[in-house]
Design a protein around this ligand. Structure first.
Ligand code: ZN
Ligand code: ZN
Length: 377
């Protein structure tokens, strides 16, 4: 159980904001949990971003919290008597702002090497010639498909976008990489195309947002590939290898495979490790199965909804989700959920889409065996 290896060295609030935890692993390795505040308002709350300092022979930091949290994270490290100068590098789990937003502030204090997947390095840049026309020309490629309203991105994103342009990234290529002795990264796209998990000493795996307790991480869409294909280059020319729900399930199955290979793996997620006054211990094989089941159920429920009549994504979302989840930002997230599942249902042959973006049933019912047949990569 996670509680048995966790020593709270600084209390936080009831959701774990700014608590500090020392995890002592069987090999003697210590990992510090450094959760920083991450709340945008509205009805969706992931809880704080859990950043981790891995106190290995070459110590490193995984993730930096959201934009504006870098100074706080520096203070938290100070409290544990860790100077930024002690860190060999910062590793970014994926290109969401709640994980890389604090980077510029940290680097302002001390210039540390930053490592991330090579897709991250490509997608944080601005490409005015390739960007969708209009205001997106000044957005990094990773934000081209984002549907957040102007009020949201004006408040949270514009300065952050600019700061990303100055980052120098040391790229991690390929699927599996031993970046230090005993430290292996795994490219596990699906939640984002650049998602990395990192396993240390075969006893702990830090998974970012690939797998979370209590929450099902939102998957990408295969169709998002089209907008960024020009900037990804020829190394990444097959959309389904880095985007979409099928790829996400494949990454989950890879985590399941690692769990079988290393049965005692401790899992440290990017959110909700501690939330509402309780710890969430992750039993990896169980959580992998729960998340895959969740997607099977959601596909089944979309099929049931479509039995009534053909519908658009927002019509399905209206029937599938509680109304309070469809307010503000939630509406975009809900449509994304429906579309990612419909893409899978189109691949399994159960659903088809017409030119006016209406989904309808084909009469087939293959999705469960289709999801079963997805291989771990
Ligand atoms: Zn994320
Ligand atoms: Zn996150």
């Amino acid at each position: 159980m996670i509680q048995s290896i966790a020593e709270i060295i600084q209390q936080g609030d009831g959701n774990g904001n700014y608590m500090q935890v020392r995890f002592r692993l069987p090999s003697g390795l210590e990992v510090l949990g450094l959760p920083t505040k991450n709340f945008y308002g509205g009805y969706w709350d992931l809880g704080p971003t859990w950043n981790y300092a891995i106190l290995a022979d070459s110590p490193f930091l995984m993730d930096t919290g959201r934009f504006g949290q870098g100074n706080k994270l520096t203070e938290m490290l100070d409290f544990s008597k860790i100077s930024l100068k002690d860190l060999s590098f910062i590793l970014i789990s994926h290109g969401h702002e709640d994980h890389d937003g604090g980077l510029p502030e940290l680097l302002h204090h001390y210039r540390i090497k930053v490592m991330a997947h090579s897709i991250y390095e490509r997608l944080i840049k601005i490409y005015p010639k390739h960007a969708p026309r209009g205001y997106k020309e000044t957005f990094p490629a990773k934000c081209w498909q984002c549907n957040m309203p102007e009020a949201f991105y004006k408040e949270h994103c514009l300065e952050y976008h600019q700061n990303l342009q100055d980052l120098h990234i040391e790229c991690i290529e390929g699927g599996e990489n031993e970046i230090l002795p005993g430290v292996t990264t795994f490219h596990m796209p699906g939640h984002t195309p650049d998602s990395l998990a990192v396993m240390i000493n075969q006893e702990v795996i830090i998974v970012g947002d690939i797998l979370l307790p209590e929450i099902s991480p939102i998957p990408t869409l295969v169709s998002q590939f089209d907008t960024v294909s020009t900037v990804l280059g020829s190394d990444y020319n097959d959309p389904v290898t880095i985007f979409g729900l099928c790829r996400y399930i494949s990454s989950l199955k890879k985590l399941g495979e690692l769990a079988r290979q290393f049965p005692n793996l401790i899992v440290l997620p990017g959110h909700r490790l501690y939330y509402k006054e309780h710890w969430n211990h992750i039993d990896l094989p169980t959580r992998v199965n729960e998340l895959i089941d969740h997607h099977v159920q959601r596909c089944g429920s979309i099929i049931d909804i479509l039995k009534e009549f053909p519908m658009t994504d927002s019509q399905i979302a209206n029937k599938h989700f509680e109304q309070k989840l469809l307010r503000d930002v939630g509406r975009h997230m809900a449509a994304n959920e429906i579309n990612s599942h419909c893409e899978l249902l189109i691949s399994s042959g159960d659903v088809a889409i017409t030119d006016d973006s209406t989904y309808h049933l084909t009469g087939k019912n293959n999705f469960e065996s289709f999801i079963d047949s997805i291989l771990p990569i």
